[in-house]
Design a protein around this ligand. Sequence first.
Ligand SMILES: N[C@@H](CCC(=O)N[C@@H](CS)C(=O)NCC(=O)O)C(=O)O
Length: 404
Amino acid sequence: MALGTIRSYLNNPRVAKAQIAAELSGAGEFNVEAFEIAKDVTPEFLAKHPLGKVPVLEAPEVNLFESSAIAYYAAAQKENNPILGSSAVEKAEILQWILFAENEINAPLGAWVYPLLGYMQYMKPNVDAGTEKTKRALGALNKILESKTYLVGEDITFADIAVVTSLVLGFKTVFDKAFRAEFKNVTRYFTTVASKAVFKKYLGEVELCETPLKYTPPKKEKKPAAQQQQPKKEKKEEEAPLEEPKPEKKAKSKLDLLPPSPFILDAWKREYSNNDTKDAIKWFWEHFDPEGFSIWRVDYKYNDELTQTFMSNNLIGGFYARLERAHKYAFASMIVRGKNNDNTISGYFVIRGQEIPFEIYDAADFESYNFQKIEPSQYEEKKEEIFKYFAWDFEDCVDGKVFK
Ligand SMILES: N[C@@H](CCC(=O)N[C@@H](CS)C(=O)NCC(=O)O)C(=O)O
């Protein structure tokens, strides 16, 4: 039986997910029609599929988007299909893994790998956040797989189809040998399932990554030699047309377009400045809005090179000085801990939005600091530490600076 036509670019693991589900369910086959996003997202396509993403299914009885729904459509053709779970518990677990694959693997892995493949603009903090989130998800999966061959029950289910197809991109591009050693159970699980005939049929042989993709910044164009040798001279009026057009004065920040947040950063800054931090921190947690703001642990990357503590403190001052455009969107408390020739710079930032904004990552010193996002699920465990950084309440704290 033909299940309908899937339209997608070729070799898309999301399509393989649907094909594997169809074959394991004995539900027939999908036709697959090659699709080029740049060329084929036409008004006619958008009229049928307003999201404008692929894969999509066009079937006589329904048009579907979301690859898991397309795969589910195939599996649901078979009544009481065991790959969809044989009890309420199994069905719920399978749904859990479908959502996990999409939200905890596909999304962060895409944020990590797509910029390296050139599909998205490269922005280091976003790639780093994608990497960390992927690792966090794989850490959990690795733990769960310590005692399991398959995710739900004793045989392949839709859960395995969803999770394994979501991991393909990572195993091909960035999960190199060292990474695989860190997530041994995930690797064993992936290679076991992906080598099954039906998976191989639609995914092909997955070649495990040897050398992980890395970002190569575009080479800066060199000025022609003649121009380089010219001594600096005062700009003359008539030279102006040769210069690149200047950007419009002070572009608005993307952060101004975010939905309003009930957490008013200025109010927090006032609270912090006018009260004992013990009291201010209560206000902070009562008012903090984890959707509109994010919290980041920040560490200087080259702590082992720091010498005099006053110089370390100057580094913090230097960093803040380059964050001039971020005052409206961020608060930070960074401190120097230790003693001369043995000290560290670390602290916390509170930032508008969920990503590190241009106003921060564009600062010259940004690359010298490691920004690690604290997820809302970690707030409880980090509250004490955050308080100590806001209050400079460490025995070895020598100095620090607050960014307000
Ligand atoms: N959750 C969706 C994701 C679909 C998706 O992001 N498709 C990408 C290609 S892998 C796309 O069509 N992107 C085009 C766009 O974003 O405009 C699914 O599983 O089908």
